[in-house]
Write a protein that binds this ligand. Structure first.
Ligand code: HEM
Length: 728
């Protein structure tokens, strides 16, 4: 409490307690943050649990909306005048900054949730004046209401901006559902200061690939690189290396990166007429009279030609509201020298330029202004690879436009997951490899056929643990952050997944061979992806029955088998589970503890803490270890879906002795005998107060019924997490 809002001096609270005071995480910074698993609860969603965005979209007047956006681009508002009477630069940047926070490593960030409305992104130094963009969009948002999400609207506005400027865009898909709260799971860096020097997020700043994972921006509060240079020191070669790395971290190659940078700055301008110290606080810190708007000039105009954003001042091209080759003409047609902007920022200006080639002032066309380049633009000229790509674009402007349009589509849709999630009339027909395409199947299976397949799978000679593990390993790659991975596609049989240490390649190869044998003998073609899941499902059902609980585990056929040609193998590396219950495969040193890694994976899989508890407790009695068969079980009744994991974990008859390498022996206190081996993550379910409370609920469940029901529900959720085709 800051005491500001309390009534009187009595130490007992009299008013609403809205400030948090000292939290559990403040007292114990290493406490597990379960909040990340319980975000975006229905209670925070004003649209309620019955709201279905995909249904609402069906009612959207798409053409009307697009026409309104087209008109908006040229309707300058007095409160925030458009540069040269056009907002195309503004809305392209709003969309790019919305999408551009995406990173491949954990799939978080990006334009898929409308998170630019909330902290910290709404107040990042790099997002100055995106708040104005959203206010300019508000009348349109209001008109179409819940039929269009903010997330979709921001991306569509950027796409229409390019269309209005003259680009033939590649397409657009609706389908991004808004969040209603800031995200709690996204790690944006450890720095406590905006734009703190880059160094702390690199092992070695001269080697951009040593940037801490999963980060993809060079400084706290930036989308990508510092426009003035590494740590604000201009040097285009050094900036080139950082641009390459940051763009690669959102899955963009050199050609896409050059196209995006060139095309990005073909329209719009930089704003640096003023001083950052004259601006009101960012939205999150602004006082109520600012009504959520930040960065307003507190003295002078602060609009039009006096706008202040990055501090860099000027347009890149002679014709900044038109899609043309102007950026190339400017950059490659002149020599450039370092200058300081009116705000004191480093920028590149042409050594020599004819008056008529200069862009005009945003308010008065009779005034000509010097064009500029950022250090990142200069990088496209000095770096030999980027330079060669730009030469190709200059020779073939149509190729440039097409490459940009495709890269823009990828930038703004990459975090939407598979194409079946795309909605609307402008969805391109073409399948793109980064959408992780999966062929659709045309068979159905009757209950009798499913029962027959289950018997075949259980009689195949594979153990229940092998069947369950393979299904789990296949499904656990799913992450809700960008809807990638999962059992659909059976990519577990392809590189790189088939070789991941966590998938125990030898065991996996044996299981797959057996399943392929079964598949080959079937009269009806059933995908391997379905057989993998059904194998695990049949084994779970049997394990429940062996524990005295009869339950049918739901199974929905319809998964397809992707091929190697449909798989961008390199981009699947990011889906590899980095740790199991006790070990980090990738590094000897633990970047985060196994239990934190478990929490992270759980969040990405979209599970709650109780669901995670049921799953781990089940896996540990079924003969598997969080997807790894190598480290024993926690029960004498291996393979039966009992609550033994929880019973044994909470039983004071045993003690828990470290056995090295994050493994522990469970020792009978009386006899001194080591009964079982546990991992660090197992013991967390007994040691962490919250998880222990969940564990106790199951330890009390003598007949296993609640546990089995919960396990099956969580299992089914994981197996179907990627079945967007069922919802579509
Ligand atoms: C390579 C890294 C990039 C850097 C360092 C960078 C830097 C900047 C800076 C400093 C500004 C000026 C902001 C202001 O003062 O108003 C700007 C504006 C802009 N950027 Fe970028 N940018 C990059 C990439 C991109 C990409 C990939 C796109 C889109 C595909 C893009 C689109 C734009 C647009 C449209 C504007 C104009 C905004 C306006 O007119 O208000 N930029 N960028």
């Amino acid at each position: 409490m800051d005491g500001k809002h309390t009534a009187g001096k009595c130490p007992v609270m009299h008013g609403g307690m809205t400030a948090l005071g000292t939290t559990v995480m403040d007292w114990w910074p290493n406490a597990l943050n379960f909040d990340i698993l319980h975000q975006h609860d229905i209670k925070t969603n004003p649209l309620g649990k019955d709201f279905n965005y995909r249904e609402e979209l069906k009612k959207l007047d798409v053409e009307g909306l697009k026409n309104d956006l087209r008109a908006l681009m040229n309707e300058s508002q007095e409160w925030w005048p458009a540069d040269w009477g056009s907002y195309v630069g503004m809305f392209a940047r709003v969309a790019w900054h919305s999408a551009g926070s995406y990173r491949l490593a954990d799939g978080r960030g990006g334009g898929g949730t409308g998170n630019q409305r909330f902290a910290p992104l709404n107040s990042w130094p790099d997002n100055v004046n995106t708040d104005k963009g959203r206010r300019l969009l508000w009348p349109i948002k209001r008109k179409y209401g819940n039929k269009i999400s903010w997330a979709d609207l921001m991306i569509l506005a950027g796409t229409i901006a390019y269309e209005v400027a003259g680009l033939k865009t590649y397409g657009f898909a609706f389908g991004r559902e808004d969040v209603w709260h800031p995200e709690k799971d996204t790690y944006w860096g450890a720095e406590k200061e905006w734009l703190a020097p880059s160094d702390s997020r690199y092992e070695d700043i001269t080697r951009p690939d040593t940037m801490q994972n999963p980060l993809a921006a060079v400084q706290m509060g930036l989308i990508y690189v510092n426009p003035e240079g590494v740590n604000g020191q201009p040097d285009p070669m050094k900036t080139a290396a950082q641009v390459r790395e940051t763009f690669a971290r959102m899955a963009m190659d050199d050609e896409e990166t050059a196209a995006l940078t060139a095309g990005g700055h073909t329209i719009g301008k930089s704003h640096g007429n003023g001083s950052p110290s004259d601006l009101s606080p960012e939205p999150e810190a602004a006082d109520v009279e600012y009504q959520g708007i930040g960065w307003m000039k507190t003295n002078g105009r602060g609009i039009g030609r006096d706008t202040m954003v990055s501090g860099i001042e000027g347009a890149w091209t002679s014709n900044p509201t038109k899609w043309d080759m102007g950026w190339f003409d400017m950059l490659f047609g002149h020599e450039w020298e370092l200058k300081k902007s009116p705000a004191g920022a480093w920028q590149w200006e042409p050594v020599d330029i004819a008056e008529e080639d200069m862009p005009v002032d945003v308010e008065d066309p009779s005034i000509r202004c010097k064009p500029i380049m950022t250090d990142a633009d200069m990088a496209m000229k000095v770096d030999p690879t980027y330079n060669a790509i730009c030469q190709k674009f200059m020779k073939d402007p149509e190729y440039f436009s097409e490459t940009f349009a495709r890269a823009w589509f990828k930038l703004t849709h990459r975090d939407m997951g598979p194409k079946v999630r795309y909605v609307g009339p402008d969805v391109p027909a073409e399948d793109l490899i980064w959408q992780d395409p999966i062929p659709s199947v045309d068979y159905t299976l009757s209950d009798a056929e499913i029962a027959d397949l289950k018997s075949k799978l259980l009689a195949s000679g594979l153990t229940s643990a092998e069947l369950i593990n393979t299904a789990w390993d296949s499904a656990r790659t799913y992450r809700g952050s960008d809807m990638r991975g999962g059992a659909n596609g059976a990519r577990i049989r392809l590189a790189p997944q088939k070789d991941w240490a966590g998938n125990e390649p030898e065991r996996l190869a044996k299981v797959l061979k057996t399943l392929e044998g079964i598949q080959a003998g079937l009269a009806k073609k059933v995908s391997l992806a379905d057989l993998i899941v059904l194998g695990g499902t049949a084994a779970v059902e049997k394990a429940a029955k062996d524990a005295g609980v009869n339950i049918t585990v739901p199974f929905a056929p319809g998964r397809g088998d992707a091929t190697a040609e449909m798989t961008d193998a390199a981009s699947f590396d990011a889906l590899e589970p980095l740790a199991d219950g006790y070990r980090n495969w990738q590094k000897d040193d633990y970047v985060v503890s196994p239990e934190e890694m478990m929490l992270d994976r759980t969040q990405l899989m979209g599970l709650t803490a109780p669901e995670m508890t049921a799953l781990v407790g089940g896996m540990r009695v079924l003969g598997t270890n969080h997807g790894d068969t190598r480290h024993g079980v926690f029960t004498d009744r291996v393979g039966q879906l009992t609550t033994d994991f929880f019973v044994n974990l909470t039983d004071m008859a045993y003690s828990w002795k470290p056995a090295g390498d994050n493994l522990y022996n469970i020792v009978d206190r009386k006899t001194g005998e080591t009964k079982w081996t546990a991992t660090r993550v197992d013991l967390v379910f007994g040691s962490n107060a919250i998880l222990r409370a969940y564990a106790e609920v199951y330890a009390q469940d003598d007949n296993h019924e609640k546990f089995v029901k919960d396990f099956v529900a969580a299992w089914t959720k994981v197996m179907n997490a990627d079945r967007f085709d069922l919802a579509a």
